[in-house]
Design a protein. Structure first.
Length: 331
């Protein structure tokens, strides 16, 4: 009986196929229209594919490490009939016609949801090796060993290491401000993949991921903590637990925008505190603090100082973007 049911599920009526014919034609036309966009943005899209190649390889390796038999490991409910797959594809195409995928930056048409167009992707200045071992800023050349930038030597940070995806340039600033202030969260999955790759060295042996917290009134007004959303996505990709409540912001601070480095440091002084009931859980832990942007590093250092005093063995910082001062390039 089960064999007959499976064979029956494979049969798709000609009537259903005819009903999908016109929609398939529209899908082909849509793909032809997109070919021109892809050809214009070829180099930038190729770069985007290279950036995410490592994540795809890791995903395939994970699948290979946990093989599943076609019939033995799958339940009957998991076996999808061709008819169900056809309808799902048709509904997805219909949704794309009603709500076409657009660039998360400039809203131009793209091939899939949650991605950037070629022009916007080309505007992101990704931070790549060689890097300062402490601050994570790019260095002018590789000396063959871990090196420190002039900024890290002159004023060593409280945290151990920092890494960021890209410089806080205009394109990255627009993406982060839309995410942070305009509730544009469609790029969250992309940001999480970028951060997991940029922070792979920090996450390799991390015990806990902690986002920079918001004060309760600001959280109520904004309705979400952008750092917590990023931390949860990175935690899922890196298989490292995240805790959004162990670190608290106990004092309301003014916006850091427009403040000097010294003003920022004074603004966040004493603003963070570890939950006393959770303090013992941090002893000996290797912690990665997640934030959206590192500018002067005042917020990251304030968080790292509190976590270190609570007994953390190491505190690193991972951000989506960071400001890079010209002096940081000097060895």
């Amino acid at each position: 009986m089960k064999g007959a049911e499976i064979e029956g599920a494979r049969e798709v009526s000609q009537h259903d196929l005819d009903a999908l014919g016109d929609l398939a034609g529209h899908m082909r036309n849509q793909k032809l229209a997109l070919c021109d966009l892809v050809s214009k943005a070829g180099p930038a899209l190729a770069q985007q594919a290279t950036v995410e190649e490592g994540l795809v390889a890791a995903h395939e390796a994970s699948r290979a490490a946990h093989p599943r038999g076609i019939m033995g490991a799958m339940s009957m409910s998991e076996i999808q009939s061709p008819r169900r797959l056809a309808w799902r594809s048709a509904l997805g195409a219909a949704a794309d016609l009603l709500l076409p995928p657009v660039c998360i930056g400039c809203r131009a048409r793209v091939q899939s949801h949650g991605l950037l167009c070629g022009d916007c992707f080309a505007g992101i200045e990704f931070i790549a090796p060689p890097l300062c071992a402490r601050l994570g800023v790019p260095l002018p050349y590789d000396v063959g060993a871990p090196s420190l930038s002039a900024a890290a030597i002159a004023a060593p940070p409280v945290y151990d290491r920092a890494r960021a995806v890209a410089r806080y340039s205009q394109t990255m600033r627009d993406l982060i401000q839309s995410f942070k202030y305009r509730d544009r969260q469609e790029g969250l999955a992309l940001f999480g993949r970028w951060m997991a790759r940029a922070g792979a060295e920090l996450l390799a042996d991390a015990d806990l991921i902690v986002p920079v917290p918001l004060y309760r009134s600001r959280l109520w007004w904004r309705r979400f903590n952008q750092s917590a959303l990023l931390a949860q996505d990175v935690a899922r990709l890196a298989s490292v637990p995240a805790d959004c409540f162990v670190l608290k912001r106990v004092r309301r601070t003014v916006s850091q925008v427009g403040l000097s480095a010294e003003q920022r440091k004074r603004n966040v002084a004493g603003a963070f505190k570890v939950d006393p009931a959770r303090k013992s859980e941090l002893k000996g832990k290797r912690i990665v603090v997640v934030d959206d942007v590192i500018t002067t590093g005042a917020t990251a250092e304030a968080c790292a100082r509190v976590l270190s005093r609570a007994g953390a063995a190491r505190v690193d910082v991972l951000a989506l973007a960071r400001a890079v001062e010209p002096a940081a390039f000097v060895l």
